[in-house]
Design a protein around this ligand. Structure first.
Ligand code: CP
Length: 352
């Protein structure tokens, strides 16, 4: 896809077919990447989702982020890669990790960064998202990072403004930088992604993190199991190349990674289970369940965590948990994404 070709909004889940042929092609793509990484290039103006990325592109972002992580460990952590560029954080939904790490990433790249506050903006006076974005473009925004409750909002903006658009979470659809930082963390800690058993446990139906992780992990050859209440883990997810089970023990006992998700109350239109107490009793990661897992299982969570609901407080802080390391890696991933959508060529350009 060319830098200026606009990507289309993702289709509904039922239209997301991950066929054996696609999987075969993806694996071939990965093999090609390892055979000749110098031929891989990034030609995208936007980062809208993981679904449309190839395995090679995902690995290219991870390699670029690895170089930026090394930059973050130097005494002088700033590089001039985005000097003179303007980055606007257009967050119309709450965020701690994503917004702050995008802001810090832009600062580390020497961009001018503006944080848009939806509550204090003219959205409150009835201005549309399109008009808001066009006004930001008129102020020479080079990159607009958007978080919005509506699925497809970033894809829509990519068609109506000339700025680069980065999806920081759109409804229950995708959260691409979260998935990229998650697979980065897995590769960093486990040394590989292909062949690992990754269990995603919790509210899958309403989770953009789950969808982006499923795309990234399956493209990179991990074996993904989804588990949670049947109302929140519909069997249709098997069409994305995952295993679905409602038996927690079966889901976690062979897992190399357990990625826990909170209940997305803000997106549920009806009560999907009798109560939080019952959810915790049946699906939370507690000490008894942790004892059933492999000794080297890695515990992940995108945050925000609800201690005592989907995860025991002590487990969230234990040595197997990489929850805060995910946050640290999010900074390097977001530096890499800002750099690449601005026309950066890749890790070799940063090292030079
Ligand atoms: N994981 C994540 O998206 O966290 P925030 O909502 O705090 O950005």
């Amino acid at each position: 896809m060319s830098r200026h070709e606009h990507q289309q909004p993702a289709s509904a889940l039922s239209e997301n077919r991950f066929t054996a042929e696609q999987n075969h092609n993806t694996l071939s793509g990965r093999a090609r990447y390892f055979a000749s990484s110098t031929r891989v290039t990034w030609n995208r103006k936007h980062l809208l989702d993981i679904q449309s990325l190839s395995a090679e592109e995902i690995l290219f972002v991870l390699d670029t982020a690895k170089t930026f992580k090394a930059v973050g460990e130097r005494a002088i952590k700033k590089v001039p890669a985005l000097r003179g560029k303007t980055v606007i954080n257009l967050f119309v939904e709450p965020s701690t990790r994503t917004r702050i790490s995008f802001e810090l990433a832009a600062q580390r790249l020497t961009a001018d960064v503006i944080n848009f506050s939806a509550e204090a903006s003219s959205l409150k006076k009835g201005e549309t998202l399109k008009d808001t974005a066009r006004n930001l473009e008129a102020l020479n925004a080079d990159i607009i990072i958007i978080r919005h409750s509506a699925t497809g909002a970033p894809h829509f903006l990519s068609r109506v403004v000339g700025s680069s658009i980065i999806n920081a979470g759109d409804g229950a659809h995708e959260h691409p930088t979260q998935a990229l930082l998650d697979v980065f963390t897995i590769r960093e800690k486990k040394g590989r992604i292909e062949g690992l058993n990754v269990t995603i446990l919790g509210d899958i139906l309403y989770s953009r993190v789950a969808r982006s992780n499923i795309w990234a992990l399956t493209k990179l050859g991990a074996k993904v199991t989804l588990c949670g209440p049947s109302t929140l883990v519909p069997k249709v997810f098997e069409q994305l190349g995952c295993r679905v089970t409602y038996n927690v023990q079966e889901a976690i006992e062979n897992a190399d990674i357990i990625n826990l998700l909170r209940i997305q109350h803000e997106r549920q239109r009806a009560s999907m289970f009798p109560g939080l107490g019952e959810y915790t009793a049946l699906f939370s990661l507690n000490k008894a369940r942790l004892a059933l897992t492999k000794p080297d299982v890695m515990i992940m969570h995108p945050g925000p965590i609800n201690r005592g609901v989907e995860i025991d407080s002590e487990i969230a802080d234990c040595g197997r948990s990489v929850i805060l390391q995910q946050v640290t890696n999010g900074l390097a991933i977001r530096m890499a994404v800002l750099f690449l959508v601005s026309g950066g060529k890749g890790p070799q350009e940063i090292s030079a």
